[in-house]
Design a protein around this ligand. Structure first.
Ligand code: ZN
Length: 348
């Protein structure tokens, strides 16, 4: 970000003369329900949760279902994979003393496990984007981010073009500098875990005035009204944002965690996702992954144009560093009803 300008630099082209763009993303936090799910959920339905944690029945493993659903819809999304450090072998001793780190650690998976490698290969072969979900401690750790990217690239067999930070933990603009320096083309972290909306503008940002893009997050699943309890309200929120996107030629980015596709554990979210994609299709949106969006810009020769354009929303202050990343700068839009305590909703 260059100093002195109150106007963010943004990408201004939409693919294929689309009305707006919808970027679909999934952060793969916990493909196995495991003990971490138990930590959040056991108070509510202990017998059920014990069965689903220790039985063969794993409600968090949703890859096949999501792929089938998106295939049916004719769209492709991005899956961001975590490569977390091991609490005992990789983290300093003091981290062991913090219960929060234990909770983090309980959900850890190993990207090089056969099951995961299999999934990643199938996603890549099928045309899905596989990206980096930078782990909890990496926002200021370029070395670790580079290692995580390299491990992921060994699994995918190809270069990774972008990703999002776990729990939306971001240092602005340092994390973006790290991303750019390790060869990533974009970040999709900038957003809120508790409110849906275009708080960070309608277009991907260019924080350095070059080709590196930041996709603001418009909707995180857990920030919506719970569609299991109030489907109509959740759908209204999505419809309102689709309308705002269409009116502003926006790039709207949404995050549905894979476990939210489990109808038993998170009723309503899968149905709402299908509705959102179909509604965007009806409204002539371009729909795809952030990587695919970047590719359309490249082919249009737009990425080298560093100017902000008409429709740019001004942001308070003149530096990206002023942006709040965990709480939105405006509070005049509806936020999620209900708390994040149930069924592990309060996780990202
Ligand atoms: Zn995450």
């Amino acid at each position: 970000m260059t100093g002195g300008s109150a106007r963010a630099l943004e990408a201004d082209a939409l693919p294929d003369d689309a009305e707006f763009a919808l970027c679909l993303t999934h952060d793969v936090d916990r493909p196995y329900k495991g003990l971490r799910g138990l930590y959040y959920a056991i108070q509510e339905r202990p017998a059920y949760h014990l069965r689903t944690v220790f039985g063969d029945d794993n409600p968090y493993w949703q890859f096949e279902d999501i792929v089938a659903l998106e295939d049916d819809l004719g769209v492709r999304s991005a899956f961001y994979f975590l490569n977390e450090q091991h609490l005992f072998s990789d983290r300093p001793l003091r981290d062991w003393l913090d219960p929060a780190n234990w909770v983090q650690h309980l959900g850890r998976y190993d990207l090089t496990d056969d099951d995961l490698v299999d999934v990643v290969e199938r996603l890549v072969d099928g045309g899905w984007e596989v990206g980096l979900h930078g782990s909890y401690h990496t926002r200021d750790d370029r070395t670790r981010l580079r290692e995580e990217k390299q491990v992921l690239e060994r699994v995918t067999g190809q270069s990774v073009s972008g990703g999002r930070q776990h729990h939306l933990r971001l240092s602005v603009p340092e994390t973006w500098r790290h991303y750019r320096s390790i060869g990533l083309a974009y970040d999709a972290t900038l957003g809120s875990t508790t409110a849906c909306g275009f708080y960070h503008g309608y277009r991907p940002r260019k924080p350095f005035g070059d080709e590196f893009l930041v996709f603001p997050l418009t909707i995180m699943d857990q920030a919506l009204p719970d569609p299991g309890r109030e489907f109509a309200a959740a759908r209204r929120t999505c419809e309102r944002l689709l309308t705002e996107a269409a009116e502003n030629d926006a790039v709207m980015t949404v995050l549905w965690h894979p476990r939210f596709f489990s109808e038993r554990e998170f009723p309503g979210y899968r149905r709402l996702y299908r509705w959102l994609v179909e509604r965007a299709e009806e409204r002539d949106a371009w729909i795809g992954s952030p990587e695919a969006f970047c590719e359309t810009l490249e082919s249009a020769g737009e990425a080298s144009d560093g100017e902000g354009t008409e429709g740019t929303r001004e942001t308070p202050g003149d530096e990206a560093a002023e942006l709040a990343t965990s709480t939105p700068p405006r509070r005049d839009l509806p936020t999620a009803k209900g708390s994040g305590r149930d069924r592990g909703r309060g996780d990202s």
